[in-house]
Design a protein around this ligand. Structure first.
Ligand code: ZN
Ligand code: ZN
Ligand code: FE
Length: 755
C-alpha cells in the first residue's frame, strides 16, 4: 500500500500548553500514524497514512487547539513513510541556535478549580494542582526545551498515579510538566517567628488574615504581602512596615462579582481581569478602603490566579485582600525563601511558604483602561516572555532598555521577545534580575555572544549601558531615549517604514545635546531615522533629575525666567523657602541642567496648585494633577503656543498662576492645564504633519499614561484628520524602551554606529 507522509513544523506558543497531547488526539481522530515532539524552536510532527486522512489531519491542525496555544506558522513538507503502526509522543530534542517559545504562566483552569474543590478528588485542597491547560510555565522553566527535568519541579519525582496521568494521552495531565499531587509533590507550610507550624496551613492563614495579620505568601513569580483590605489598622501597619507612604496597593477580590462591587468594571476590564494572564487592572473605585489607595480615584484590582488564592478565599479569608509585592518600598519582589524570610521578617506576621522554587522573578502585570483601549503599564506575569513584534535583523540583537522600569528585548529568528518587568536598576537585586534576564533570553534562544549586537540607551551613566561593554558582544549600538519610545509604537504596528510625526513626552531621557529631554517632536520613520524638529522651551533645572523629588524645585526652574511673578511664599502658594534658593540658583547658568521635560512641567504645575511637599514615588505629582483634573468642569484650554520649533510653556504657567490667584477652583485649573497641553502638542504635531504630508502622529513616553491627556490629544488630532498611534503591547513608559531600541538598531543594519 502506498502511504502519504508529511513533516509538519508548528511554531508559536506551542510548548507547555498541551499542544503535543492535542496533536496526539487529532492524529487518533484522523486515524494517521507518526510521532510528535518538541524540537526546541517548534513542535515537529511526522504523519503518515492514507492520502485523504493525512490531508484531513493537516486541515485540522489549529482547530480546537489548546486555549493557551498561539500558532505563528505551520510549515508542511514531504517526508518518507516509515510504516509506523501507531502515533506516539517522542522525547524532546534540544537543538542549538533556535528559537523556543516558552508559554507565559497560566491562571488555573475551570476543570482544575472544580477538582481542587471536590472532596472526593485526590487533589482536593492541593495548592499545586495544574494540567496542560493551566499552571506555572515561564516562572518554573530553567532551560529549554520545556520538560519536567528542565523545570523547578525536577526534584519531585511523580508517584505512580501522577505518572500514569502523565503518560496517558487521554488524560488532561498528559505531559503536564508541573503535574503533582499531595502524595508526591511540593507542599505549603506556615512559618511564624522562624518556626514551621503544624496543621492546615491554608486555614491558619485565612484565620490570620481575618484577625488583621500581615502574611507573606509565596506566589507564582514572587512573594506577595497580603492583609484584609477592609481592616484600616492592618493596612496602615503594612504601609508603615513596608516604608510605603502613599503609593497605592493593589487588591485581590475573591471573584468577579465582588470585584464589580469595589470597582467600576467595563466589559473590557472584565475581559482582561478574567484572562489567563490575570493582570492587575486599574479601574475607577466604587468603594474606598482606608489607606489602600490614598487620594486615588482608581483602584488596582485582580482576581485569584492560582489554586492557592482560591483555597484561601474558600477557607474564609476576607473577600478583598491587599496583595502587594513582597518587598520593602521600591526594592524588587522577593522570590527566594531564605531571602524572603530575611527581608520580610519585620513586615510579615507569618509566612505561607511553598516548596516549589521560583526560577525567575515575575511581578504582577498592570493594565490601565484608557479612552481608546486598554494600555499595558507593566508587562510581566502572564505576558512575558511572549512575542511583542516581528523584526527583521541580520543576526540576533539584544536591547538592554533603560535604568528605570527596565525590560530587555531579544530579537531572534525575526521575532522580538520582551522580558518581564525588571524594575529600577539602582537596586542590587533588580540589577541581578537584569543580568539573569539577559542570560536567560540568550540561553533560551541559543544565541552566541560573538554573533550578537547589543543596543543601549545613549545615557553615558546608565548601568544598563555600562553592562553592554561587559558582555563581549560583536558590537554595541546606542539609541537616543525618545526615539526609542516612538520606535516602540511603530515596531508594535510593524510600520517601520511609515513616515510619521512623533511626540515623545516623559520625565527624563538623555538628549543628543546632553540635556534632559522629555518634550520632543520628531519627524521621519524608523528606517530612515527620526529627526528632532521641535521641543518644549528649555528650562533650567536645579539638581538635574534629583529635582523630580520636589515639585517646587522644578517649578523654580520654569518660573525663574518669567516676569510679574507673585509672592510664592504667601497665599495661595505657600512654597517652602527652598523655592527661593532654587530660583536664585536657576539664574546662574553654570549651576544648572537644562530640560525640555513635560514630566517636569507637570511637576511645576502641580506645585502651583498646592503640591509643595516631596513626592514619595516616581510620577506621583503628575498622577495627583491628573486626578485633580478629572474633578474639574472647566472647558478652558490654556495657551501653549508653538513657534520656530519651540512650545512656549510661559503663557500656560502664567494662566495657571493667574487663575490660582483669582481663586478659580484647583480642579478647573488642572483641567485647563491638561486641555492646553493636549491642544498645544496636538496643534504643533498637526502643523508638522501638514507640512510634511503625513497622516499619523505617534505618541509615547510615560506622560502618555495620563488618560486625560491622551484622550484629549486623540480627539484633537482626529478633528484634524490625523491618526494617533500609541503603545498597546508594551508600556508607553520606559518598560517599552527596549523594543524601540531593538527596532531602531535593526534598521541601522550593517553600517552600525558605535558607542
Ligand atoms: Zn488545569
Ligand atoms: Zn502524585
Ligand atoms: Fe522615558
Amino acid at each position: 500500500m502506498s502511504l502519504t507522509a508529511r513533516l509538519v513544523r508548528v511554531r508559536g506558543v506551542v510548548q507547555g500548553v498541551g499542544f503535543r497531547p492535542y496533536i496526539f488526539r487529532l492524529a487518533h481522530a484522523h486515524a494517521v500514524n507518526g510521532w510528535v515532539l518538541n524540537a526546541g524552536d517548534a513542535v515537529e510532527i511526522h504523519v503518515e497514512g492514507d492520502a485523504e486522512q493525512v490531508a484531513s489531519f493537516l486541515a485540522g491542525v489549529g482547530d480546537d487547539a489548546p486555549v493557551a496555544a498561539s500558532i505563528a506558522a505551520v510549515d508542511v513538507s514531504d517526508a518518507t513513510a516509515v510504516h509506523l503502526d501507531d502515533f506516539t509522543i517522542h522525547a524532546s530534542r534540544a537543538r542549538e541556535g533556535q528559537t523556543a517559545h516558552v508559554s507565559p504562566d497560566l491562571a488555573i483552569c475551570d476543570e482544575c478549580l472544580a477538582e481542587v474543590r471536590d472532596p472526593s478528588n485526590r487533589r482536593f485542597g492541593y495548592p499545586y494542582i495544574n494540567c496542560t491547560g493551566c499552571g506555572p510555565r515561564y516562572s518554573i522553566v530553567l532551560s529549554v526545551p520545556y520538560d519536567r527535568s528542565a523545570t523547578t519541579m525536577r526534584d519531585w519525582p511523580m508517584c505512580a498515579r501522577c505518572q500514569a496521568e502523565y503518560d496517558d494521552p487521554a488524560s488532561r495531565r498528559f505531559h503536564a510538566q508541573p503535574n503533582a499531587c499531595p502524595d508526591c509533590g511540593p507542599a505549603y507550610r506556615v512559618w511564624r517567628e522562624g518556626v514551621a507550624s503544624a496543621g492546615d496551613p491554608i486555614a491558619a492563614v485565612a484565620a490570620a488574615l481575618r484577625r488583621g495579620e500581615i502574611v507573606a505568601i509565596k506566589g507564582i513569580g514572587g512573594y506577595h504581602l497580603a492583609c484584609d483590605a477592609a481592616n484600616a489598622i492592618a493596612v496602615a501597619a503594612l504601609r508603615n512596615r513596608k516604608f510605603r507612604k502613599e503609593k497605592p496597593f493593589a487588591v485581590m477580590a475573591c471573584d468577579l462579582h465582588r470585584a464589580g462591587q469595589i470597582a467600576e468594571l467595563s466589559a473590557e476590564a472584565i475581559r482582561e481581569l478574567a484572562s489567563v494572564a490575570r493582570p492587575i487592572v486599574l479601574a475607577p473605585a466604587r468603594m474606598t478602603f482606608e489607606g489602600v489607595a490614598p487620594a486615588n480615584r482608581e483602584l488596582g484590582v485582580m482576581l485569584p490566579s492560582t489554586p492557592l488564592h482560591h483555597l484561601l478565599f474558600d477557607a474564609g479569608a476576607p473577600d478583598v485582600l491587599v496583595m502587594t509585592s513582597g518587598n520593602r518600598s521600591s526594592e524588587p519582589i522577593a522570590i527566594d525563601d531564605g531571602e524572603a524570610r530575611r527581608r520580610l521578617v519585620d513586615i510579615a506576621d507569618l509566612f505561607l511558604i511553598g516548596d516549589r522554587p521560583i526560577a525567575r522573578r515575575m511581578d504582577d502585570s498592570v493594565l490601565g483602561l484608557r479612552p481608546a483601549a486598554v494600555t499595558m503599564l507593566r508587562r510581566s506575569r502572564g505576558y512575558a516572555p511572549g512575542v511583542v513584534a516581528r523584526l527583521h535583523t541580520h543576526g540576533p540583537l539584544l536591547a538592554l532598555g533603560g535604568d528605570l522600569k527596565n525590560t530587555v528585548t531579544l530579537v531572534a529568528g525575526g521575532e522580538a521577545f520582551t522580558s518581564q518587568h525588571i524594575g529600577d536598576l539602582e537596586h542590587v537585586e533588580a540589577f541581578g534580575s537584569f543580568c539573569h534576564a539577559v542570560e536567560d533570553l540568550l540561553a533560551m534562544h541559543g544565541v552566541r555572544l560573538d554573533q550578537l549586537t547589543v543596543v543601549t540607551d545613549a545615557h553615558p551613566q546608565y548601568r544598563s549601558s555600562a553592562h553592554a561593554a561587559t558582555l563581549g558582544s560583536a558590537r554595541v549600538i546606542a539609541v537616543q531615549h525618545h526615539r526609542a519610545h516612538l520606535a516602540s509604537v511603530l515596531a508594535e504596528r510593524e510600520a517601520l517604514d511609515r513616515d510619521v510625526i512623533g511626540v515623545a513626552c516623559d520625565g527624563t531621557g538623555y538628549g543628543d545635546d546632553g540635556a534632559i529631554w522629555g518634550g520632543e517632536l520628531f519627524a521621519g520613520s524608523v528606517t530612515r531615522g527620526l529627526e528632532r524638529v521641535g521641543h518644549l522651551r528649555s528650562a533650567p533645572l536645579v539638581g538635574g533629575d534629583a529635582a523630580a523629588q520636589l515639585p517646587v524645585q522644578c517649578a523654580a526652574g520654569f518660573l525663574a525666567g518669567m516676569d510679574d511673578l507673585p509672592d510664592f511664599e504667601a497665599a495661595p502658594f505657600w512654597f517652602p523657602p527652598r523655592f527661593r534658593q532654587a530660583v536664585t540658583l536657576s539664574r546662574q547658568p553654570t549651576r544648572v541642567f537644562r530640560t525640555t521635560s513635560v514630566g517636569r512641567l507637570f511637576d511645576a504645575a502641580a506645585a502651583l496648585l498646592g503640591y509643595v511637599t516631596p513626592i514619595t514615588f516616581e510620577g506621583e505629582a503628575a498622577i495627583w494633577l491628573e486626578q485633580l483634573a478629572t474633578l474639574g468642569v472647566s472647558g478652558v484650554a490654556y495657551p501653549l503656543p508653538y513657534t520656530d520649533g519651540e512650545l512656549d510653556y510661559r503663557p500656560l504657567l502664567a494662566a495657571v498662576m493667574r487663575d490660582r490667584v483669582a481663586g478659580v477652583p484647583s480642579a478647573d485649573i488642572a483641567r485647563a492645564f491638561h486641555a492646553g497641553l493636549a491642544r498645544g502638542l496636538a496643534d504643533a504635531a498637526t502643523m508638522l504633519a501638514r507640512r510634511r504630508g503625513v497622516g499619523v502622529v505617534v505618541v509615547s513616553g510615560g506622560v502618555f499614561q495620563n488618560a486625560l491627556l491622551l484622550g484629549a490629544m486623540e480627539q484633537r488630532l482626529a478633528t484634524a484628520g490625523l491618526e494617533c498611534w500609541n503603545n498597546r503591547v508594551v508600556p508607553a513608559n520606559d518598560g517599552g524602551l527596549s523594543l524601540g531600541q531593538a527596532a531602531l538598531a535593526a534598521c541601522q543594519g550593517g553600517e552600525a554606529a558605535n558607542a
